[in-house]
Ligand binder design. Structure first.
Ligand code: ATP
Length: 239
């Protein structure tokens, strides 16, 4: 079977900063894959390369059998890839409803959009409660749910999440983690999860890659990585 996504030997630069050094990774349809590693390791660069926000210098990115590394960002969204960037950027003066509808900008099937909206509101009842409220007045956790919901409105096959737990209280991190599991399982969306909270990411993913200064330093089944003493020391603070 074809892989959902493959990176082969990807090199990415910001002027003379060599951010990705021969990165190869892959994802199967239906998987949740975690991308972990320290600040500046290159995790967000992987997501920017997939979404076309940053061009790679060499290597290949293949999605569902097609090269996407020279395509435009909107084309990539239309191919079924949606990204939730770091920092929960909602449209603060727009209602929750309108924020969600913005996520469906690539779609023209009105009945389909309504069905997806119902699915998102069922998944995040908090958004239903706040439906007409200005998004900027909501808490950090609610805004995180909103940006994930907005990405789901595009009906993606592959959802890219950049640090969804950043700055959230432990209880909310748990809630977001549960939502990611449910989206992967029920909505059959494959998830590439970038996290500095490695423990959470490893618990809810099937496989993981660890990046270290632009290279893949480690990869394998998340459960095995979680139980490996040496890895624990390196990536999980040695607990
Ligand atoms: P973080 O968790 O801090 O976002 P990261 O693992 O996602 O870290 P990247 O954002 O991918 O890391 O950055 C990888 C490297 O590229 C870092 O050395 C970073 O300083 C550098 N970098 C990222 N964006 C730019 C840019 N626009 N211009 C120059 N260098 C950049």
């Amino acid at each position: 079977m074809d892989k959902l996504l493959t990176f082969s030997d990807v090199e990415l630069y910001y002027d003379n900063v060599h951010a990705l050094k021969g990165v190869s990774l892959d994802m199967d349809e239906g998987e949740t894959v975690a991308l972990i590693g320290a600040n500046g390791a290159g995790k967000s660069s992987v997501l920017r390369a997939i979404t076309g926000l940053k061009r790679i210098r060499s290597g290949e990115i293949v999605y569902q059998g097609e090269r996407i590394d020279a395509r435009e960002p909107d084309e990539i969204v239309r191919m079924g890839i949606a990204m939730v960037p770091e920092g929960r950027r909602v449209f603060p003066y727009m209602s929750v409803k309108d924020n969600l509808l913005m996520g469906a900008f690539t779609r023209i099937d009105r009945t389909g959009i309504t069905a997806t909206l119902d699915m998102v509101l069922d998944r995040f009842p908090r958004l239903k409660e706040r439906y007409s409220q200005a998004a900027g007045t909501m808490s950090g956790g609610e805004q995180q749910m909103l940006v994930i919901g907005r990405a789901l409105m595009a009906r993606p096959r592959l959802l890219l999440l950049d640090e969804p737990s950043l700055g959230l209280a432990p209880k909310l991190v748990q809630a977001i983690a549960r939502s990611i599991v449910a989206i992967n399982r029920d909505a059959k969306v494959s998830v590439l999860l970038v996290e500095q909270n490695s423990r959470m990411a490893l618990r809810i993913s099937q496989r993981a890659y660890a990046l270290s200064t632009g290279r893949i330093a480690l990869s394998g089944r998340s459960s095995e990585i979680l139980n490996d003493e040496r890895v624990r020391h390196l990536y999980l603070g040695g607990e």
